[in-house]
Each structure stands twice: as structure tokens, then as C-alpha cells.
Design a protein around this ligand. Structure first.
Ligand code: AMP
Ligand code: GLY
Length: 419
């Protein structure tokens, strides 16, 4: 098969690694890709949606796999399907589960899926009125895609009003019209849970725990994710059953009832309370980054055949198997991230580490210039180890993180500790 992966991060590097090693893969492209990806796939510097469509018409791939959510919400999948190209990833209607918090909440309400109680607001004054009557901790969410910056977990209504003001008055998301939801704060432990579906059948695709804050012990601002462990340590059999019946099945059935076609992955962000009850925090309609980096090393079955079966609605013939081991992904970021950080800093000895079956360094933001590897973003590398125990994975990822010669590196010290 000829396959095109869309995207340029460590997630897409992990997807390309899995696809490229499949016996079914003849030729693998990644648009636009990055330096790390270029070592295993042909990268083309194309990122505009219409340009991607034109290139797909030329290459006539057997499958297109879309990594990032913004392409899904712009309906790249739908446009490619209209040209009879098989795609892994939902049309914009399915992608709405991720790109509109209000849509997600309505969907949960109509299909009885447990989630935090919420209200929608279209202007600052009505949000403020509501917050004057509702004190205590509360969560404010911007309705649209916001690259992980649209959720404000507030300790009281004053903080919540400030968040509303940022959205409605300062217009930090650069939109004239804005919509928010305000919802109750849920307490507990979080996990990321993945299910692949062709709209009819579904198969589970593992779990992970994401470390979202920049600092050790979950301190400091939220980031795109500073590390993951897989499988999620809190996922016992009882919880799995509850997630299956109360969230996964109801979602798949809800999509059918609402006539929403969906060929892709559902990534459920879940909060588990102290009685082991799962609540849906969010849907994502693509693989998680950095979740897929750790999950991918545990996959035993052929990934490309699963993706192709999904895209062609043949998932009933597919199966997914995992290696019974643990994995950890540690993110190396440029010091300063998620605020300002320098670009084009030199990473010295990256090519001296050999990737194997149980160790891999995925690239998120690197380029090669004059024979030197340079950083081009905030989160730059994902170091992943697969082993019998989380503590052995930790030993490996931290040993390598310390050996990498990069003056500007930053990483959390507690990924997978105490497990
Ligand atoms: P979301 O993009 O909706 O997953 O939110 C990002 C993060 O904000 C989640 O991973 C949680 O850590 C936190 N969060 C979102 N909604 C809530 C909630 N209702 N209660 C507590 N924390 C939340
Ligand atoms: N790791 C969270 C996400 O991909 O949205």
C-alpha cells in the first residue's frame, strides 16, 4: 500500500514508525513531517489543506492517515473521501465531538454519557451573572479548538470571571463572537482511553496516563503533555467495564443514532472519582500526543491493516494485540516552554542513540541544518522505553535524557515515579 500521514509532530513520527514496519506498506509519505520522520518516510513540505488534496490526487494513495485535529475540523477527511480516497480520521461532523465543547455536551446529554454538568454562555455579562450566583471551584471552557489552552480550572468564581473576561473581552482566541461553557469541577484521577471504530464495529486501542503540567508533582501551567505511562496504572478490570458500558458503547451507539459517520479513533479523556466512577472530560477524535508515543511501542499486531480496515469499514475482520509490558514516554522540551523559548538551539549527539524494538526517540520539532540537528519548537523529543516494569522504563528514559547533549533541554523528573 501507498500511505500518506498528515502532520509533523512526535505523534506522526510514532504513526509513521508503526505504518512503515507493516508488511503491507510499500511507500510511506508524511506531509509535512520533520527531520526525524524523514529518516523513515518521504516528507514533502505541504501543509495547506488544498495543497494536500492536490498532492493526494497525484499520488493516489491507498490510505491517508490524519494526525492533527485542525485538519479534521476543516473536513480534510470528508474532502478526500469525496474523491474516493480511503481515510483514517472522521469527517468534520464527527470531529465536532472534539472541536466544539458545546456539541460534546449536547451529545453526552442526549445519549446519557456521564460528564460534568454544564451551561453555555455567549457573552460576558450572562457568564458573570451566573458566576455571581455560583461560587466555589468551577471550570471555564472555550467552545472551539484551542491547542490545549482553552480550559481554565478555577479555584473560585473570581478566577472564573477573569477567565471569561480573557475570552469575551480580551478576545485571546482572536474571534469576534465567542462561546464558552462553564461546568462543575470534577475531582479524581485522569486517564486517556482509546477506541478505534469504523462506525459500526470498534476495538480498544489501549490506555495511558498523561502528565500535563510543566513542573514535577503536577505544578505550573498546563502543556501539551510532558510525558505518559502506558497502560494507565488506574485502569483495573472493574473500571474498564464501566468505561466500556457507560462511555464507549453509548458513544458508538450515539454516533449511529445521530447518523454521524466515523472512521477513526475516539480518544476519551476521563476523570475517575473515588468510587471508581468514570466521567467524560473530553472527546478527541485523533490519537493523543504524547499518549500514542508510549502506546505504540506496546503494539504487537499490524497497525496498518487495522487503520485500513477502519477506513474501509472492515474493522470486524481486524484484531489488535498488545505486548504485556509497560512503556514510558518522557518529553524533552526547550527550557522556557510553555512560555517563550529560544529556537534553533543545537542538539549535539542525537544520532548516536540507536532505536530498537523497545527503545525509540521520536522527533516533534527538529530540523537538520549544516549537518547539525536544531530544535524548532517547544516540545522537541519523545524518549520512549518498553520494559517489564515502569521502574525499568524510567531508568532507560532518564539515562538517555541525561546523556543527550543539549544546553536548552528541560524535562520533568517524575514521569512514572511511584508506580
Ligand atoms: P479538556 O480539554 O476538556 O480535557 O480539559 C483539559 C484538562 O482540564 C483536563 O485534562 C483536566 O485536567 C482539566 N479539566 C477539564 N474539565 C474538567 C472538570 N470538569 N473538572 C476538573 N478538571 C477538568
Ligand atoms: N495528550 C493530550 C492530547 O493529545 O490532547
Amino acid at each position: 500500500m501507498n500511505v500518506i500521514v498528515i502532520g509533523s509532530g512526535a505523534r506522526e513520527h510514532a504513526l509513521c514508525r508503526l505504518i512503515g514496519r507493516s508488511y503491507l506498506c510499500e511507500k510511506l509519505y508524511c506531509f509535512p513531517g520533520n527531520y526525524g520522520i524523514s529518516q523513515i518516510a518521504e516528507c514533502k513540505n505541504i501543509s495547506d489543506t488544498q495543497d494536500i488534496i492536490k498532492e493526494c490526487q497525484k499520488i493516489k494513495p491507498d490510505l491517508v492517515v490524519i494526525g492533527p485535529e485542525d485538519y479534521l475540523s476543516k473536513n480534510l477527511a470528508g474532502e478526500l473521501r469525496n474523491l474516493n480516497i480511503d481515510v483514517f480520521g472522521p469527517n468534520n461532523e464527527g470531529a465536532n465531538l472534539e472541536s466544539s465543547k458545546e456539541f460534546m455536551k449536547e451529545f453526552c446529554k442526549s445519549h446519557d454519557i456521564p460528564t460534568a454538568k454544564s451551561n453555555t454562555f455567549l457573552d460576558f455579562d450572562s457568564a458573570k451573572d451566573y458566576l455571581e450566583k455560583n461560587h466555589g471551584p468551577i471550570v471555564v471552557k472555550y467552545d472551539g479548538l484551542a491547542a490545549g489552552k482553552g480550559v481554565f480550572v478555577c479555584k473560585d468564581s473570581e478566577e472564573a470571571k477573569a477567565a471569561c473576561s480573557k475570552i469575551f473581552i480580551e478576545k485571546i482566541f482572536n474571534k469576534i463572537e465567542n462561546k464558552i461553557i462553564i461546568e462543575e469541577l470534577l475531582e479524581g484521577k485522569e486517564l486517556s482511553y482509546f477506541t478505534i471504530t469504523d462506525g459500526n464495529d470498534y476495538l480498544n486501542f489501549g490506555s495511558a496516563q498523561d502528565y500535563k503540567r510543566i513542573g514535577d508533582n503536577d505544578t505550573g501551567p498546563n502543556t501539551g503533555g510532558m510525558g505518559t505511562v502506558s497502560p494507565a496504572p488506574i485502569l483495573n478490570e472493574d473500571l474498564k467495564q464501566r468505561i466500556q458500558t457507560q462511555i464507549v458503547l453509548k458513544t458508538i451507539n450515539g454516533l449511529k443514532i445521530d447518523n454521524i459517520e466515523f472512521q477513526g479513533v475516539l480518544f476519551f479523556g476521563i476523570m475517575v472519582d473515588q468510587d471508581n466512577n468514570p466521567f467524560l472530560l473530553e472527546y478527541n477524535t485523533r490519537f493523543g500526543d504524547p499518549e500514542i508515543q508510549s502506546i505504540s511501542l506496546r503494539l504487537k499486531s499490524d497497525f496498518l491493516s487495522t487503520l485500513h480496515a477502519t477506513a474501509t469499514k472492515n474493522l470486524c475482520y481486524a484484531n489488535i494485540q498488545f505486548i504485556n509490558k509497560k512503556s514510558i514516554c518522557l518529553i524533552l522540551a526547550t527550557r522556557g516552554y510553555p512560555d517563550d523559548y529560544p529556537k534553533n538551539t543545537i542538539i549535539g549527539n542525537l544520532n548516536t542513540f540507536e532505536n530498537t524494538e523497545d527503545f525509540y526517540i521520536f522527533h516533534a520539532a527538529t530540523k537538520l541544518e549544516n549537518n547539525k540537528v536544531l530544535s524548532t519548537g517547544g516540545r522537541v523529543l519523545s524518549i520512549v522505553s518498553l520494559n517489564e516494569s515502569f521502574s525499568k522504563c524510567r531508568e532507560t528514559v532518564y539515562q538517555i535524557a541525561n546523556k543527550i547533549e543539549w544546553e536548552n533541554k528541560y524535562f520533568r523528573g517524575d514521569i512514572g515515579s511511584n508506580l
